[in-house]
Design a binder for this molecule. Structure first.
Ligand SMILES: C[S@@+](CC[C@H](N)C(=O)[O-])C[C@H]1O[C@@H](n2cnc3c(N)ncnc32)[C@H](O)[C@@H]1O
Length: 396
């Protein structure tokens, strides 16, 4: 099969091709259910640096359309033009090359951006397993755009504001929070500091058929001065990282709440009466330091109700181990050095645990703030007799 590779035409609008790609991905079976069926995962970041290779192996010999699209857009692996054309049609495949979403390399095509399927929507973002491809789809430079991840989906699922007409998504990144409200909201505003993120969020609005998402570039509330909203959502950079020069989506200062504090401080002035706010964050804590004390300081000037749900707690070493995974492509020694660096940093600040929190607030009386432990409880295992007990029983 011959695939026209097209010449890039930077003046051409990519929106119609993205709409055709949306249809093609759905028709080709690239859905969250497919990812669960083929890879056994429920969250996009269930595949990370440690299990990327086994995930590729699981579907290596599967020549179906869904597997082709998963390999290309989710696992970020090269694919033959013939297989992509068969999954998406030759014309669409050529268009994606023209726009620089697909690029020819060593006789195969690679996706320059990843695509995540979230419910029935699709989100372009920068790649997890490959270097950032700066000029794909006419995007400008800037920091990498955060792909929808567990924290994104947790927040997206948690937001409960069915009657919200005016929605503000702070720190929008790919736009994964904002676009969830397309079916119900009248006006959606999405803000991000990173020019690449605002460009990506606009592309994702077009990708999902939305022409009424108002994407603005700026620092938190600066682009919405004087405006009030029925719903404010925020997934800010919240990692208690030793790096201050990393990507804009990542570090949240010493404790992780540097941006979150400013977000909460703006709720009083930007929420309409009975307006609701939802945010997700990490919060690093010292030995014996209760979350209540830290949370109270966030809400000192908020006159409504607030609920802080503790979703998960881990140690400083757990955070270091998870955050250092990116160093694995430089080898195990580099990974070990990175873990050490994170642990040293957190210990220097005396942080012992890190909590994952979901914050919910409503501009309504009575003024109150509650912290609730919402960590899933597990039954003590084993429920059946242990192997040793079985052997002992069999032996009599
Ligand atoms: C963790 S990502 C969240 C992306 C997306 N909302 C999600 O849920 O997947 C955080 C985003 O916050 C943006 N950001 C960081 N500081 C900001 C600020 N002061 N004002 C606006 N956006 C900011 C980053 O550029 C990044 O896109």
């Amino acid at each position: 099969m011959v695939i026209a590779t097209g010449t890039r035409n930077p003046d051409h609008d990519p929106a119609p091709s993205l709409r055709r790609l949306h249809t093609g991905l759905q028709a080709g079976g690239y859905t969250p259910d497919t990812l669960q069926r083929l890879l056994g995962i429920t969250r996009p970041d269930d595949v990370g640096p440690l299990n990327h290779a086994p995930a590729c192996e699981r579907i290596r010999s599967d020549r179906g359309s869904a597997a082709t699209l998963v390999r290309l857009f989710f696992l970020e692996e090269p694919e033959t033009a013939a297989r992509i054309a068969s999954a998406l049609t030759p014309t669409l495949c050529a268009e994606l090359v023209t726009f620089g979403l697909l690029r020819k390399r060593n006789g195969q095509l690679t996706a320059q951006l990843r695509i995540d399927a979230v419910e029935d929507q699709y989100f372009l973002a920068d790649r997890r397993f490959q270097r950032i491809a700066v000029s794909a789809l006419r995007l400008s430079g800037g920091d990498p755009v955060y792909p929808p991840s567990s924290d994104s989906l947790l927040l997206r699922e948690a937001v409960n504001a069915p009657t919200a007409r005016r929605v503000l998504d702070l720190c929008t990144g790919s736009g994964v929070q904002a676009l969830r409200h397309l079916p119900t909201a009248e006006h959606i505003t999405a803000v991000d500091l990173n020019p690449r993120a605002t460009a990506m969020a606009r592309l994702n609005a077009a990708f999902n058929g939305a022409d009424r998402v108002d994407v603005r570039r700026g620092d938190l509330y600066a682009p919405v001065r004087g405006e009030r909203f029925d719903l404010i959502i925020a997934n800010p950079p919240f990692v208690a990282s030793p790096y201050s020069n990393g990507p804009a989506y990542h570090a949240g200062g010493g404790r992780g709440d540097r941006v979150l504090r400013r977000i909460i401080a703006g709720w009083e002035g930007h929420l309409a009466p009975r307006g609701r706010a939802f945010a997700i964050t990490h919060c690093a804590l010292r030995a014996g330091e209760p979350i209540e004390g830290v949370a109270r300081s966030w809400f000192s000037r908020f006159s409504g109700r607030a609920l802080v749900l503790v979703l998960e707690e881990g140690t400083a070493v757990d955070l270091a181990a998870a955050q250092s995974l990116f160093a694995l492509d430089r080898g195990l020694a580099a990974y070990a050095r990175e873990v050490r660096r994170w642990v040293t940093h957190l210990r220097r600040l005396h942080f012992q645990t890190v909590a994952l929190l979901l914050i919910i607030a409503e501009r309504a009386v009575p003024r109150c703030m509650e912290v609730v432990d919402a960590q899933p409880r597990v039954l003590h295992l084993p429920l059946t007799p242990s192997t040793a007990d079985r052997i002992a029983t069999w032996l009599g």
